[in-house]
Design a binder for this molecule. Structure first.
Ligand code: AMP
Length: 510
C-alpha cells in the first residue's frame, strides 16, 4: 500500500462494498460502510479545523458506542494519535494520563462534564468535548457541521497510531506506543491466519478501550468488509439471539463462562458459527472442554498484549493443526517468540522461561519512558513480555503466569498457574488464584484463594490435605481461603495485586 496509514488499509478492504451494512447495534441503529467513511471524514475535518497536526494526541474516555469507534477512525485518518482510556478511571486519576500524554483534545462523558471541564482548563488541554453512549454530546454537533469527505493523510509506517496505557498493577501505568505498521501488519496476519471469509459476521461484545475489542475485533472486521453486530455492554441473551446470523465471536474467558450459564447455548444455536476466539486472560481447560461439549465448537485461544497486539494463536484451519486447550497456540506468521532462562539462554522444550518476542507487530517502546524501554528490551532487540511460559514439542506455548506473580518461597520457585491447575481439579472447586504473601521465614508463603462451584461446600483443610498428596510440599498453600468470587478487571483478568493486598498480613496474624 502506498500510504501506510492504517485507515487506508481498511478503506481498501471495504470501499468496493460501501452500501453494505457495516454495523447493526443492540439499540436498533444501522450504519453502512459509506456512513463509516462519511462520519469519520466529518470528524477528521473537525479535528483538522482545530489546527492540530500529525502526531498530536487525542485522548478519549467515553462509553462504548459507534460514534466513539468512528472517532478512532477519524484520528487515524488525520494521523493523530488515539489514546483511549478505561472508563473506570475517576477524574482524580486522569491528571496523570493527561500530564503524561499531553493531549491536544480530550473527549469525555457529558455526565462528568462538571468534574472534567475544570481539570482540562487546569492542565491546558486545548479542546474538551463530550460524547455519550447514545451519541449525544458536543462532539457529534461539531462533527456533523463538517464536510463528509476527507483525504486520508499520508503517514510514515513508523508514525504512531495509538497509545494504550497498560493497566499499571505495579507502579505507574505506561503508555504503549503502537505504530500504523504495528497495527496493520497484525491485522493482516490475523485476517489471513483466522481465515476471514466473504460473508463473515462478527458479534462485537468487548469494550473498545482495549487491544482485544478495539484492534483485534474491529480491524479484522473492517479489513474484511464484514458486518459487526454491536452491543454496548455484554449481554449473554443478546449474544444468543445474534448467533444464528453471525459467524465469529471474540470474548474474554469470563464471557464464555457467562454464556455457558445460558440454557439456550446449544449446538443448534451455534450452527451458523465459524469461529469462537478467546484471549486476554487464561481460558480454563474446563471451560474449553465444556464449550466443546455444549456447542460442538472448539474455542481458538490466542495470546497477546497491549504492547505487541497478537503474538500466538491456536490454529484456525484444520491443515494448520489442532486447537489445544490450555495452550495459546504457536507464534503467528512473522512473529518470533522465545522462552529464556535466568542466564538469558533459550530454554529446552518443556522448560519454563521468560517469554520474549520480536516482530513487525511489536511496539517501539513506552511513551516518554526511556528507563523502562532500556530495561524491557534485550540488547538484541527482543521485548520482555513479563509473561512466563513453556513450549511443547509440537511448538505450542503454554502461559504459566506473569513473572511478577511468580512466588519465591524459601528459595524455591512456585508458578501460580501450576498450583491453580491442581486446585481447580479438586472436587467442588470452581476456580482459584494462588499468590505469594510476605512470610517472615520463607520470604513469601503460598496462599490460595478459591471459589466453590455453585452448590458445593468446600473445606479449606481438606483441600490442603488433598494437594499435599499431589504436589511438592513447598508448592502447597500454607493458607487457603474460600471466597464468593475473585476480583477481576473489566477484561476478566484476576487482579492478583488486589488479592496480595487483601492477604498481605496473613502470615503476621497467624
Ligand atoms: P493486556 O495488555 O491488558 O492485553 O494484557 C496482556 C496480558 O494478558 C499478557 O501479558 C498476558 O499476561 C495476559 N494474556 C493475554 N492473553 C492471554 C491468554 N490467552 N492466556 C493467558 N494470559 C493471557
Amino acid at each position: 500500500m502506498k500510504n501506510p496509514n492504517l485507515y487506508a488499509h481498511f478503506h481498501a478492504g471495504f470501499s468496493p462494498f460501501l452500501q453494505r451494512t457495516a454495523i447493526e447495534t443492540d439499540t436498533g441503529q444501522s450504519y453502512s460502510f459509506a456512513d463509516i467513511d462519511g462520519i469519520s471524514a466529518r470528524m477528521a475535518n473537525w479535528l483538522e479545523s482545530l489546527g492540530l497536526k500529525t502526531g498530536d494526541r487525542v485522548m478519549v474516555q467515553v462509553e462504548k458506542s459507534v460514534p466513539a469507534l468512528l472517532f478512532y477512525l477519524a484520528c487515524l485518518r488525520c494521523g493523530m494519535v488515539y489514546v483511549p482510556l478505561n472508563t473506570a478511571y475517576q477524574a482524580a486519576e486522569l491528571a496523570y494520563f493527561i500530564e503524561n500524554a499531553e493531549p491536544a483534545v480530550f473527549v469525555g462523558d457529558p455526565a462528568r462534564e462538571a468534574d472534567l471541564a475544570p481539570l482540562m482548563t487546569r492542565l491546558g488541554v486545548r479542546q474538551f468535548t463530550t460524547l455519550a453512549a447514545d451519541g449525544t454530546g458536543s462532539l457529534m454537533d461539531v462533527a456533523l457541521a463538517q464536510a463528509p469527505t476527507h483525504p486520508v493523510r499520508e503517514v510514515q509506517a513508523n508514525d504512531l497510531a495509538a497509545i494504550l496505557y497498560t493497566s499499571g498493577t505495579t507502579g505507574r501505568s505506561k503508555g504503549a506506543q503502537l505504530t500504523h505498521s504495528n497495527l496493520s501488519s497484525n491485522a493482516q496476519t490475523l485476517h489471513s491466519y483466522w481465515d476471514w471469509q466473504d460473508g463473515d459476521v462478527l458479534v462485537h461484545a468487548l469494550p473498545i478501550f482495549h487491544v482485544h475489542g478495539l484492534f483485534v475485533a474491529v480491524h479484522c472486521a473492517l479489513l474484511n468488509a464484514s458486518k459487526m453486530l454491536w452491543m454496548g455492554k455484554f449481554n449473554p441473551t443478546q449474544v444468543l439471539d445474534w448467533l444464528p446470523q453471525a459467524t465469529v465471536f471474540m470474548g474474554v474467558p469470563t464471557l464464555y463462562v457467562r454464556l455457558l450459564q445460558e440454557s439456550g447455548l446449544t449446538p443448534q444455536a451455534c450452527e451458523h458459527m465459524r469461529l469462537f476466539v478467546s484471549g486476554s486472560a487464561p481460558l480454563l481447560t474446563e471451560t474449553f472442554a465444556e464449550w466443546q461439549q455444549r456447542t460442538g465448537h472448539t474455542i481458538l485461544e490466542r495470546y497477546g498484549m497491549s504492547e505487541t497486539a497478537m503474538l500466538t494463536s491456536n490454529p484456525c484451519r484444520a491443515q494448520d493443526g489442532d486447537r489445544v486447550g490450555g495452550t495459546v497456540g504457536k507464534p503467528l506468521p512473522g512473529v518470533q517468540v522465545r522462552c529464556m532462562d535466568d542466564q538469558e539462554v533459550p530454554c529446552p522444550v518443556g522448560e519454563i522461561g521468560a517469554i520474549q518476542v520480536q516482530g513487525p507487530n511489536v511496539f517501539p517502546g513506552y511513551w516518554r519512558m526511556p528507563e523502562a524501554n532500556a530495561k524491557e528490551f534485550t540488547a538484541d532487540g527482543w521485548f520482555r513480555t513479563g509473561d512466563v511460559g513453556r513450549f511443547d514439542a509440537q511448538g505450542y506455548l503454554t502461559i504459566v503466569g506473569r513473572s511478577k506473580d511468580l512466588i519465591i518461597t524459601g528459595g524455591y520457585n512456585v508458578y501460580p498457574a501450576e498450583v491453580e491447575s491442581f486446585i481447580n481439579e479438586l472436587d467442588g472447586v470452581g476456580e482459584s488464584a494462588v499468590i505469594g504473601c510476605p512470610h517472615h521465614d520463607f520470604g513469601e508463603g503460598v496462599v490460595a484463594v478459591v471459589v466453590a462451584r455453585p452448590g458445593a461446600q468446600l473445606d479449606a483443610n481438606q483441600l490442603i490435605q488433598s494437594l499435599k498428596k499431589q504436589i511438592a510440599g513447598f508448592k502447597v498453600p500454607k493458607h487457603l481461603f474460600v471466597v464468593d468470587e475473585l476480583p477481576r478487571n473489566v477484561m476478566g483478568k484476576v487482579q492478583k495485586n488486589v488479592l496480595r493486598q487483601t492477604y498481605e498480613k496473613v502470615f503476621e496474624s497467624r
